[in-house]
Structures are given as structure tokens and as C-alpha cells.
Design a protein around this ligand. Structure first.
Ligand SMILES: C[S@@+](CC[C@H](N)C(=O)[O-])C[C@H]1O[C@@H](n2cnc3c(N)ncnc32)[C@H](O)[C@@H]1O
Length: 379
């Protein structure tokens, strides 16, 4: 049943919250983004001018092309193995991968060794990726959830197996979509912020949940004054540890690229976007994108806890310039007409300019300890 002026999911959530008395933000995000029938990623096409937001591969082909250069450099660092898996988490419309594969044509041995794995929750985006990558120069496999290590029995029906060849993983704007929790420091101590139904019947946030387990409260938050709010993401840390175990047993490296901060700090960053406009997190549940800034220090700690090395993260602009953004842009401009040149310059500025994605977005690399840090993280 659709609620008056509301979405179907809003009706379901209202009844669910009324029954339970309140739910945490992480549970709310999970329903809103991934509900199997009414979730945002299950039902919407979120990307591009017609969607809710534009990502770096949507803004410039150079982004994916430089990641192709990065992947080839990692493969060489590992001794050019005869087989390599490249996994992308949350590949959107498949633009990053198609640009990456085009750039990788400069190294035919790499392409011959390559198998691509796309981990994508959205059936709509999976269909678009299949169309875009239909004639990819390497085999492409899809996974609805993160592949497990080893056991064929753990592979959901329809998903491909991940073999034990060395692995490269790229996650662009993936971790920001994983659920976060809020804790508020009240006079009674730290309490989880819960979503409840207020007396007017709307959704509201209240610090009425449980206190976090003592070991879950990060050291940097221990002396914060009453009134402070902190954002934690056990879901991101669990995902990071899972990926780290895949890399630890196979060898390889990972890039997590997202907007976020490298030094943890109090405050909330959870935000909702609808048609390129910032709205309340309660606006049209299931039709609105919900994301939160990534705490790169917590993410790096999770990778290190499973035995990976993590060089200091770079700002996206420095990362792209280090991989040769200027040289690639110059090469493309040499063959561009006026309109194409204008689009290329605008795209490059968007992905690397300090006022745009260049400084807000960070790039974290995690790599197997037997491999030197790949460029541009190498000293
Ligand atoms: C913000 S979009 C980024 C898309 C793409 N990486 C880009 O840069 O254009 C988030 C992507 O992650 C996918 N996604 C979100 N949550 C996911 C999950 N739990 N498992 C797998 N994919 C997920 C979405 O469907 C989408 O493809």
C-alpha cells in the first residue's frame, strides 16, 4: 500500500518502527538503499544528469583510464602473473571499467591475464553494465554480494566463483553507501540515536538507544563533551576486513576512493540527495540516496588489522596527477575539436580541481605486505 504522499517503503518502515519502538540509522539505511523490492538501489537509476548525482567516471573518461594505468602498474609489481582478477565494487553504469579496459589495451599481456569481477547490488545497474561491457576485451563475471573465500557452497546461485589468482580491487564511491550508526553523548552517557515516530506521526531522531560496547567507542571520542555526536560504521569495517582477507590469501592491492576525512572527528555527515538536491534523510525513503563521509582512518585500521599495508591516503587530485592526468589530458586535447576540448577540460577540473572533487575525495590504498606500495603511493 502507498502512504498518502509517501513512498511504499515509508509505509513499511512506519509500521516496522512502530512495532519495534525505534530502529538505528544503520538499519534505516539498509532498508532505504537495499530493500529487495522498494530499496533505492533496487529500483532507481541513480547516476548521471538524469539521476541524483554525478561521480568521477561520469565526469571524465580520464578517471577510469588512469585506474587502468594503476592496475597495470600493480600487475607488473607482482611480477606480471599469468592470471589476475580485477574486482570493482559498486561499478555504477560500468563507465569506469570500460574506460579502464580501453586504456589497458596498451598492455596486451595484462589483458590476456585478466578476469573482471563486478560486485553490484542493483539489478538495474547490472543490466546497464552488461550492455556497456558486452564486448569487453576480458571475461566479465557478476556478483550480487562480495565473493567468499574458497568454498563453492558459499557462492550464491547465479554468482561467479572467485579463483585464487592475485587480486586487484577498486571501490569508487562504494564505502560511502554502506550503513553508519550515530551515538550521542547525553547526560546519561553515550546513547545510540534511534529513528522513532514522533507525536505528529513523522520520523525523528532521538538518542534513546543502547550505549556502545566500551571497546567500540574510539579512543579519540572518549573525552568529547556532552552534546557531541559521532558516526561509526561497523558495516564498512566488516567489509574492509573481508576484502583484506581475500587480498591477504591471494596477493594484490585495493583502492578505496570516496569523499571523507583522514583524521577522525566528531559530527554527523549522513546526507540525502534527490535529483541533485540535498534533502532530509526522511525524504521519500527508497527514492533518495543516503550516504555518509568515509572515515579513512577507521577503514585503514580495518585493512591493517587483517595484515595489509596502508600508505598514507592521498587527495584525489594528487593521486590522479601522480598517475599522469596532465599527460593524458594533453594527449586527448591534441585530437579534440573545440567542443570536445571544452568537455575534457571541464571533466579534468571536476575530478582533480581543489575546489571540486580533487581535495574532498581521498584515495586509500591497501596492499599485500609482500608487494611494494604501487604508484603513486610509492615514496
Ligand atoms: C555511488 S554509486 C557509484 C558508482 C560507480 N562506482 C561510479 O563511480 O560511478 C554506488 C554503487 O555501489 C552499488 N552498491 C551500493 N551498495 C552496494 C552493496 N551493498 N553491494 C554491492 N553494490 C552496492 C550501487 O548500486 C552503485 O553501483
Amino acid at each position: 500500500m502507498t502512504e498518502p504522499n509517501g513512498t511504499r517503503l515509508e509505509g513499511l518502515l512506519r509500521r516496522h518502527i512502530a512495532r519495534k519502538g525505534g530502529i538505528g540509522i544503520a538499519e534505516y539505511m539498509t532498508h532505504c538503499l537495499a530493500h529487495p523490492e522498494y530499496g533505492y538501489y533496487t529500483t532507481q537509476q541513480p547516476l548521471g544528469e538524469d539521476g541524483d548525482f554525478i561521480t568521477a567516471p561520469e565526469a571524465s573518461q580520464i578517471f577510469g583510464e588512469l585506474l587502468g594505468i594503476w592496475a597495470i602498474a600493480c600487475w607488473r609489481h607482482m611480477g606480471s602473473p599469468a592470471r589476475i582478477n580485477l574486482m570493482e565494487l559498486g561499478p555504477g553504469r560500468g563507465l569506469l571499467m570500460s574506460d579502464l579496459l580501453r586504456a589497458a589495451a596498451v598492455q596486451p599481456d595484462f589483458l590476456a591475464a585478466l578476469r573482471v569481477h563486478l560486485v553490484e547490488i542493483s539489478p538495474i545497474l547490472r543490466a546497464e553494465q552488461r550492455r556497456r561491457l558486452g564486448d569487453a576485451p576480458a571475461p566479465v563475471h557478476w556478483h550480487a554480494t562480495l565473493p567468499e573465500d574458497g568454498a563453492a557452497a558459499a557462492t550464491p546461485p547465479g554468482d561467479a566463483m572467485l579463483d585464487d589468482a592475485p587480486l586487484l580491487i577498486i571501490a569508487n564511491e562504494f564505502f560511502d553507501a554502506l550503513p553508519v550508526q550515530h551515538y550521542e553523548h547525553t547526560e546519561q552517557g553515550w546513547r545510540e540515536r534511534m529513528i522513532v515516530i514522533d507525536k505528529d506521526g513523522g520520523f525523528a531522531l532521538r538518542p534513546v538507544g543502547n550505549a556502545p560496547a566500551a571497546e567500540k567507542l574510539p579512543a579519540w571520542a572518549r573525552n568529547l563533551p556532552v552534546g557531541s555526536i559521532i558516526e561509526l560504521s561497523p558495516a564498512r569495517e566488516m567489509t574492509a576486513r573481508h576484502l583484506a582477507r581475500l587480498l591477504r590469501s591471494r596477493g594484490g592491492a585495493l583502492l578505496a576512493i570516496d569523499y571523507g576525512h583522514t583524521t577522525p572527528a566528531p559530527g554527523e555527515t549522513l546526507q540525502a540527495l534527490h535529483r541533485h538536491r540535498q534533502v532530509s534523510i526522511f525524504h521519500r525513503p527508497g527514492e533518495t540516496d543516503l550516504t555518509a563521509h568515509v572515515d579513512f582512518a577507521a577503514l585503514a585500521e580495518a585493512f591493517r588489522a587483517e595484515g595489509l599495508n596502508t600508505p598514507p591516503p592521498l587527495q584525489q587530485g594528487a593521486f590522479l596527477l601522480g598517475l599522469g592526468l596532465r599527460e593524458r589530458l594533453d594527449a586527448l586535447l591534441r585530437n579534440a575539436d573545440e567542443q570536445q576540448a571544452e568537455r575534457l577540460l571541464r571533466g579534468a577540473e571536476r575530478i582533480a580541481g581543489v575546489e571540486q572533487m580533487g581535495s574532498l575525495f581521498k584515495v586509500l590504498c591497501a596492499h599485500h605486505p609482500h608487494m611494494p606500495p604501487p604508484p603513486p603511493f610509492a615514496p
